[in-house]
Design a protein around this ligand. Structure first.
Ligand SMILES: [Mg+2]
Ligand SMILES: [Zn+2]
Length: 187
């Protein structure tokens, strides 16, 4: 059985949370640019005993905008840059489908988060899900995760549109989330 430390997990959306988002999709490692402070925030969470998993819709694959080799190269860059500041991302779950595929993993459906909960043996009620889009929060809320909106990426638009799941907490960016979350966790 994992001990309580290994059960501490934070689940992050990728685009608009860890890296700068684009309406034209992030299609190559060159287009994958970390948001200032986001990788350091991951390192800070790790240092406090939290593992970090990513759950990301990547319909650009299903749309044929980029392939698995490009996605793997983006994630290699993400892992490398995180490691350079002492951070570690333990798992990257992604949905390659488009809405037309009617899969169960594309957020707002909870499939990816369900797999993460099973893989890491965590309780949703103890685990934050951080996203910049309503669908990230809806996926989390439907399983009882604690939902956190960042204003980076599409977050400002998401906030303005309203309708956030009850209890959603709002932070400027991932850096601010990590500071707020860890301050509350140790309080
Ligand atoms: Mg996003
Ligand atoms: Zn899917």
């Amino acid at each position: 059985m994992p001990n309580s430390t290994t059960r501490k997990l934070v689940i992050l959306d990728r685009d608009g949370v860890i890296n700068v988002d684009s309406d034209a999709f992030i299609k190559s490692p060159d287009e994958w640019i970390a948001i200032p402070g986001s990788l350091e925030a991951i390192a800070r969470l790790n240092q406090a005993g939290y593992r970090v998993a990513v759950a990301s819709n990547q319909s650009g694959i299903g749309r044929g905008l980029f392939d698995m080799a490009a996605l793997n190269a983006m994630h290699a860059k993400m892992h490398r840059q995180a490691a350079a500041v002492g951070g570690r991302i333990d798992a990257v779950f992604f949905c390659p489908h488009t809405a037309q595929d009617h899969c169960e993993c594309r957020k707002p459906l909870p499939g990816m988060l369900k797999m993460i909960a099973e893989r890491f043996e965590i309780e949703p009620a103890d685990t934050p899900v951080v996203g910049d889009s309503l669908r990230d929060l809806q996926a989390g809320a439907s399983l009882g995760f604690r939902t956190h909106l960042v204003r980076s990426g599409k977050g400002e638009k998401t906030l303005a549109a309203g309708g956030l799941p009850e209890g959603t907490m709002i932070h400027d960016d991932l850096r601010a989330f990590a500071l707020d979350f860890l301050a509350n966790a140790s309080a």
